[in-house]
Design a protein around this ligand. Structure first.
Ligand SMILES: *[C@@H]1O[C@H](CO)[C@@H](O)[C@H](O)[C@H]1NC(C)=O
Ligand SMILES: *[C@@H]1O[C@H](CO)[C@@H](O)[C@H](O)[C@H]1NC(C)=O
Ligand SMILES: *[C@@H]1O[C@H](CO)[C@@H](O)[C@H](O)[C@H]1NC(C)=O
Ligand SMILES: *[C@@H]1O[C@H](CO)[C@@H](O)[C@H](O)[C@H]1NC(C)=O
Ligand SMILES: *[C@@H]1O[C@H](CO)[C@@H](O)[C@H](O)[C@H]1NC(C)=O
Ligand SMILES: *[C@@H]1O[C@H](CO)[C@@H](O)[C@H](O)[C@H]1NC(C)=O
Length: 615
């Protein structure tokens, strides 16, 4: 899991509740509603064919029927009680010396093929299916589809992937809504590592099965994760380093209470610095000034100026390295960040405080790169250098939150607050960690006490946005939406430039009223306020998937991908994007009307939310 600020991570936690299990496939529930209502296929149902055919042709089913179908789809293909029946009938027919119709003859061959398949004689099975296909009149498309599909199953056992694909394709030409043929072809594509074709086919399977088959869904999820991982590996290499938004950086900087880089320079230092330059600020002084004025783009070049100046001129080399390393880290330039931070850490002459902060920042870099042990080791080193550093404990707490080690996080928050009792962020985040622990324990008394702690926090730190926003999240979580909304309103008034507050409020609107328009408008507002708000793009994209605005969703996910700060994040976002693309491809291929899905999707959100809430 990527390093993010707790609020953002917690949003994901909440998102999972609101949007259901965050299966990357993009919320099949809604499609399910739609498709089952639409009655996928009425045309090919009631012919006199074996069960296999009915399953392939019939879309609309009751729950009971669906589960029956599922059981059958797990068995090998087309081998059912009815086959045995047909076999008996065939014998009878032979006895009576009756002339068989070509279709019946073909079916008999198929049944022979099935018998061979069942006995592991795949080559022989294929010969029988050949005959079945040969005999079958071309107008009996549903039957032909089965024969091809069954032959593909035999080829699959022989690992002849190209043959599998060919036969599945032919099967689908005969019956374009035959989930099993899609699924088998998906597996063949996986075997030959054609992952986007594989994804398209498994998505088609999911849709045709109306997301009722866990096997398929789990398979789809795995394929999505794999394509996401592959794309992210490439994406990280091509990634253009980019500073996050001002607001993000402000939040980041505010999360340190004793950072020497943020301390005001003494009057002496300032005059000193100003005097050394003719008319313009230079090097670290310029960087510091830019930081005070939130002109963050200037910081890295200004620090470089300091670092590259000659030894005699450079008084603030370590400071400049630490600051540049910090901003490289924020930009996602991990190699550069590590170089700068290492330089400070390994310089025994550098101020202990600077080295401690370099270690704290390197720790979070390691966590972002999913090197947990190295990250924790850096924190241990800080503890030896500066055991009373309040930021050490606060930052380590946040890492523990990311790692879902809530008890450890709680202890760290407590230490942070003991050293720096006025650290409002640490105080209220501690409340939030306690809340989650209380929830896990199902302890009502404890939850009540924690709500009181939140109220105390607000009284104690009325100027701290996080007190209001976390209070709002907790209230929303308890379905006290009205109150929660008031806290969001206050928080947004205090920090109107804070995009993530708007996103949170939007998510709550979905939870509260299923009000998708309001939610979208808030998320859009978030993007207007901060066009680098990754969370807004991701969340809005997810909502658009539910509304079946898939093209828009893809666009939004791609914007989020550009802003992703770690491979894990990027992997998740690529999986979401790929799922949306596959759904676009499949709905086009199957001719499913998207605008109709969208209406139902809107109704679906409310019911899904309620389902999630009752958990
Ligand atoms: C599908 O069949 C059912 C019953 O056989 C019928 O009520 C329904 O209108 C049909 N739907 C379509 C779209 O033809
Ligand atoms: C969707 O269709 C496009 C264009 O045909 C194709 O490039 C892509 O591989 C397909 N599937 C996925 C998952 O991207
Ligand atoms: C499918 O998975 C869901 C969630 O994991 C579970 O609740 C459900 O019982 C599963 N259904 C079947 C048929 O296995
Ligand atoms: C730094 O200076 C600003 C005003 O210039 C002041 O508001 C702030 O409290 C000072 N911070 C510290 C830590 O002294
Ligand atoms: C913005 O809001 C989030 C909560 O949604 C909070 O965690 C963060 O600290 C806020 N940032 C600022 C600068 O107010
Ligand atoms: C789908 O939507 C279109 C336009 O919104 C409408 O004309 C059509 O009847 C709908 N089809 C179904 C099956 O609901």
């Amino acid at each position: 899991m990527a390093y993010k600020f707790p609020s953002i991570k917690l949003t994901k936690w909440q998102l999972a509740l609101v949007l259901g299990t965050p299966l990357a496939l993009g919320l099949g529930f809604y499609l399910y509603n739609k498709l089952s209502a639409k009655d996928l296929d009425n045309k090919t149902t009631d012919k006199d064919v074996d069960s296999e055919n009915k399953k392939a042709g019939k879309g609309k089913t009751s729950k009971l029927k669906a589960s029956k179908t599922q059981k059958k789809s797990l068995s090998i293909d087309g081998i059912t009680e009815e086959d045995k029946e047909t076999e008996k009938r065939k014998k009878l027919a032979e006895l009576e010396n009756e002339r068989l119709s070509p279709l019946k003859e073909a079916t008999i061959y198929k049944n022979e093929g099935n018998a061979c398949y069942r006995n592991g004689k795949f080559d022989e099975a294929i010969i029988f299916y050949d005959k079945a296909i040969d005999k079958c009149p071309s107008e009996h498309k549903a039957d032909l589809a089965i024969f091809y599909q069954n032959r593909a199953a035999s080829y699959e056992m022989l690992r002849k992937w190209n043959k599998v694909k060919e036969d599945c394709t032919k099967s689908l030409q005969c019956n374009p809504r035959y989930p099993k043929a899609y699924f088998r072809r998906a597996k063949a594509y996986e075997a030959t590592n054609e992952m986007s074709d594989c994804l398209d086919d498994v998505t088609a399977t999911c849709i045709l099965e109306m997301f009722q088959n866990n096997n398929t869904i789990m398979y789809a999820d795995r394929v999505l994760k794999q394509t996401g991982r592959e794309d992210a590996e490439k994406g990280m290499k091509d990634r253009v380093p980019m500073l996050p938004s001002k607001n993000f950086i402000n939040t980041y900087l505010r999360s340190f209470v004793a950072d020497p880089l943020q301390a005001n320079m003494s009057a002496n230092e300032v005059t000193d610095l100003l005097n050394t330059k003719d008319d313009r600020l230079y090097g670290f002084a310029r960087a510091k000034h830019a930081m005070d004025e939130q002109r963050y783009d200037e910081i890295i070049p200004a620090c470089t100026e300091e670092i590259e100046s000659s030894e005699s001129e450079s008084q603030y080399k370590s400071e400049a390295l630490l600051l540049r390393g910090t901003f490289h880290l924020l930009s996602g330039s991990f190699t550069e960040a590590k170089q700068d931070l290492d330089a400070v850490i390994n310089n025994a002459d550098a101020d202990v405080k600077l080295r401690a902060y370099a270690l704290i920042k390197r720790a979070s870099l390691h966590i972002q790169l999913e090197e947990k042990d190295q990250g924790l080791a850096d924190f241990d080193q800080v503890q030896k250098l500066q055991p009373d550093n309040p930021d050490l404990y606060h930052q380590r707490a946040q890492i523990y939150i990311l790692l879902d080690q809530l008890n450890e996080a709680l202890q760290e928050y407590e230490k942070a607050i003991k050293i720096a009792p006025n650290n409002a962020m640490a105080y209220v985040q501690k409340c939030y960690a306690e809340y989650r622990l209380g929830l896990l324990a199902g302890d009502q008394m404890r939850l009540l006490m924690i709500m009181n702690e939140f109220r105390n926090a607000i009284e104690k730190f009325p100027g701290c946005v996080e007190c209001y926003s976390l209070m709002a999240q907790v209230l929303g979580d308890q379905q006290q939406f009205q109150q929660a909304d008031q806290f969001y309103e206050k928080a947004i008034k205090m920090a109107p430039e804070n995009a993530s507050l708007l996103v949170h409020r939007g998510i709550m609107m979905l939870q509260w009223k299923g009000d998708i328009d309001k939610a979208i408008s808030l998320m859009q507002q978030a993007i207007d306020v901060d066009d680098k708000c990754e969370l807004a793009y991701e969340t809005l994209g997810t909502v658009e998937v539910q509304r079946a605005n898939l093209d828009r969703a893809v666009e939004l996910f791609e914007k989020a991908i550009k802003l992703a700060k770690s491979q894990a994040e990027m992997c998740h976002l690529y999986a979401l994007r790929n799922a949306a693309i596959a759904q676009i491809n499949v709905t086009r291929k199957l001719g499913i009307d998207m605008s109709n899905i969208s209406a139902l999707a809107q109704a679906g959100i409310a019911s899904q939310t309620m389902a999630a809430d009752t958990k």
